[in-house]
Design a protein around this ligand. Structure first.
Ligand SMILES: Nc1nc2c(ncn2[C@@H]2O[C@H](COP(=O)(O)OP(=O)(O)OP(=O)(O)O)[C@@H](O)[C@H]2O)c(=O)[nH]1
Ligand SMILES: [Mg+2]
Length: 230
């Protein structure tokens, strides 16, 4: 957990202007991905940020940090994505990543009922210990493996409805619903808070794997800056 691997990729949505020529408002939010090991958290993030999928995705050590910028109406939304490690030995680190998060995606694998049970435990933990207004989405990943399905869509949808969660089945492999679930969250995040968070970080979409000491970057408490991107 000591190496730092920083990469950049295209940033297509930043610095946009509104129809009337006014610079877009910029908001920044902290989002955490939680779920059992091998459900596809890293794969969802890599599909969303880089448009890539790896059949042999390595298991995450500690956590990975990536950012992605999207546009929601006239607002530029910068998402700080904390992709946590699902292996049991890292579970005690999770609060460090969901603390202060405005959004979470809890992921399970539709071919493995145990991962759905574990997802419910994560949701309960978030409801008890994360920010009270956190936006939570439930992702039933590996939807491309429907022939091996162990979790019915209706069961997950009912559970999501009962708990006020956004719910979608996704496939990091085919890209099904991947952008959609991130965008559904981005749309639901409050854009009118006037916090000082996110103040002009310039390293959009940089990727830091296993940040030394697993410390979040400065100013990651998120919220809406209300400022211009220019
Ligand atoms: N068929 C299929 N395989 C997937 C999908 N998403 C991920 N995988 C595969 O599932 C395996 C685990 O994916 P990861 O993204 O590493 O899972 P993870 O949740 O990040 O696992 P940890 O880092 O250990 O917590 C990899 O071999 C991926 O290629 C999907 O949507 N469909
Ligand atoms: Mg991972």
């Amino acid at each position: 957990m000591t190496s730092t691997n920083r990469q950049t990729s295209n940033n297509t949505n930043a610095n946009r202007s509104t129809a009337n020529g006014q610079p877009a408002r910029t908001c920044q939010f902290k989002m955490v991905l939680l779920g059992e090991s091998a459900v596809g958290k890293s794969s969802l993030v890599l599909r969303f940020v880089r448009g890539q999928f790896h059949e042999y995705q390595e298991s995450t050590i500690g956590a990975a940090f990536l950012t992605q910028t999207v546009s929601v109406d006239d607002t530029t939304v910068k998402l700080e994505l904390w992709d946590t490690a699902g292996q049991e030995r890292y579970h005690s680190l999770a609060p460090m990543y969901y603390r202060g998060a405005q959004a979470a995606i809890v992921v399970y694998d539709i071919t493995n009922a145990d991962t759905f049970s574990r997802a419910k435990v994560w949701v309960k933990e978030l409801q008890r210990q994360a920010a009270p207004n956190i936006v939570i989405a439930l992702a039933g990943n590996k939807a491309d493996l429907a022939t091996k399905r162990q979790v019915e869509v209706a069961d997950a949808q009912t559970y999501a409805d009962e708990n006020g969660l956004i719910f979608m089945e996704t496939s990091a492999k085919t890209a099904m619903n991947v952008n959609d679930i991130f965008m559904a969250i981005a749309k639901k995040l409050p854009k009118n808070q006037d916090t000082s968070a996110g103040r002009g970080r310039k390293d959009d979409k940089s990727i830091t794997v296993d940040r030394p000491g697993n410390q979040p970057p400065a100013g990651n408490d998120g919220g809406c800056c209300g400022g211009s991107t220019k």
